[in-house]
Design a protein around this ligand. Structure first.
Ligand code: ATP
Ligand code: MG
Length: 429
């Protein structure tokens, strides 16, 4: 319970935590040690001073007993007067006063009362043969002065050391931050220049990250190469077939030709899936302008697409792979006009994220089917789509791939305005 509560107030950053780990024990230790040390020292000095004072008082009193007045009182700066102390005072925080009392009572015979009214004067009543007398002297003579100097040095050097430690710490944490940045960038599909540095462990993590990144890049490359190689190699014989078919004078020629065309289309789709999100360089671009261009191109090929609201308080450029985003949006629009009648594309940009939304007025996808629809080569409800031309089932996978390569997601839901599917590509900035 307590730790849960404490956790709430703990610093979240590595900096804060490291500083806490570093500073709390050191400051705590120093405080405890110095308080104990100063306290002991203070007590000891007070005891010693009080004891020598007691000896002087004894001397003065010895004189007093024989001569009536004490000749030594004046040189020793002790005032001596007959009388009694009515009230014994001590300020509650005057702890050294306790020691003074203890020592005086212990070392002087006949002490009746000790008055410690303030920090300046001290009065002791002693019983003598000639009746009670009050000896008063400067309080400072039995009080050790405060160790200000020590405290000033301690605080000063403490601050200095903390600063040095902080600088050192920052240098140690920098490689970790760099690694985090590189990993985050790679998550968004950007490969930045990263060299492992710092302490052994951090460096090891950096090398592990690099190995992982290389492997993933190699795999993506291989996948692309393989798929595009296959598609490409198949295209040549297909073209030859088409050519050969066109030369035939047969009535069965036409369906065969259709099949070949269909095969070519499928190959194109494979190819674009293979290229996927990795094609093109990530660059800073204006998302509004990009989406507007895509929508215009879709309109030109006769699709019923409108550009919806461009909203959001965010502004500026977003790092995107133009080709990938274009392919994703085109696929979503293609779905929208294939399964519905019209599509509306809108963009929202905030300080932290970009959302490209494609909505349609079609039947939508049932909640339970959404996950399935995102898988490569998945086509839902074949009967429903029969007359809409058969797709390969890659459109949504491509869109999701692109979103992921940007460190984002593809979210499917139901359109509130049009009633069909609503597909959101959400990309963090
Ligand atoms: N806008 C939509 N409205 C209704 N159903 C959709 C919509 N978009 C996709 N679907 C369903 O999800 C399935 C998968 O879509 P996806 O785009 O991945 O493949 P496809 O459209 O069948 O083929 P391809 O896009 O590769 O030509 C589709 O078969 C369809 O049943
Ligand atoms: Mg599709």
């Amino acid at each position: 319970m307590f730790f849960g509560w404490l956790k709430h107030y703990m610093p979240r950053s590595l900096y804060g935590r490291a500083a806490l780990i570093l500073i709390v024990p050191i400051v705590g230790l120093q405080l405890i040690v110095s308080i104990i040390f100063i306290q002991r020292h203070f007590d000891d000095v007070t005891t010693q001073m009080t004891r020598s004072m007691a000896i002087e008082l004894r001397l003065v009193l010895a004189q007093y007993d024989t001569a009536g007045v004490s000749e030594l009182a004046a040189p020793l700066k002790i005032e001596l007067a007959a009388g009694e102390i009515i009230e014994e005072r001590r300020r509650w925080y005057d702890f050294s006063g306790l020691i003074v009392r203890r020592e005086l009572f212990g070392m002087l015979d006949g002490v009746q009362a000790i008055d410690l009214p303030d920090g300046r004067v001290l009065r002791v009543e002693v019983d003598t043969e000639r009746g009670p007398v009050v000896l008063s002297f400067d309080r400072l003579r039995v009080s050790a002065s405060n160790p200000h100097q020590l405290l000033v040095y301690m605080i000063g050097f403490g601050v200095l050391m903390t600063m040095i430690a902080y600088i050192y710490l920052r240098n140690q944490l920098r490689p970790i931050k760099r690694l985090a940045r590189a990993a985050a960038a790679f998550g968004r599909g950007q490969v930045n220049d990263f060299r492992p540095s710092g302490a052994i462990e951090v460096r090891a993590a950096g090398h592990a990250f690099l190995d992982m990144r290389n492997r993933i890049e190699r795999q993506i490359e291989q996948r692309t190469l393989m798929l595009s190689g296959v598609s490409h190699d198949l295209r040549t014989p297909l073209t030859r077939m088409k050519l050969g078919l066109s030369l035939l004078e047969d009535e069965d020629r036409e369906p065969l030709e259709r099949d070949v065309t269909e095969m070519q289309r499928l190959l194109d789709e494979f190819l674009s899936f293979a290229k996927g999100a990795s094609e093109g360089e990530a660059e800073a671009c204006d998302p509004f302008e990009l989406v507007r261009a895509i929508v215009e191109d879709c309109e030109r090929v006769g699709q019923d697409v409108t550009l919806g609201a461009l909203e959001g308080e965010g502004s500026g450029l977003v790092t995107l792979r133009r080709i990938g985003v274009r392919r994703a949006v085109e696929n979503l629009v293609g779905n929208a006009v294939r399964y519905g009648n019209k599509a509306v594309v809108s963009v929202a940009l905030t300080e932290r994220a970009l959302r490209i939304r494609v909505e349609d007025d079609g039947p939508g996808i049932a909640v339970d089917d959404r996950e399935e629809a995102l898988k490569p080569f998945a086509r839902l409800d074949a009967a429903r789509n029969q007359n809409k031309g058969s797709g390969v089932g890659l459109g949504l996978s491509i869109a999701m791939d692109v979103a992921r390569a940007h460190g984002g997601i593809l979210r499917l839901s139901e359109s509130t305005d049009l009633g069909g599917l609503r597909a959101d590509i959400v990309i963090g900035r």
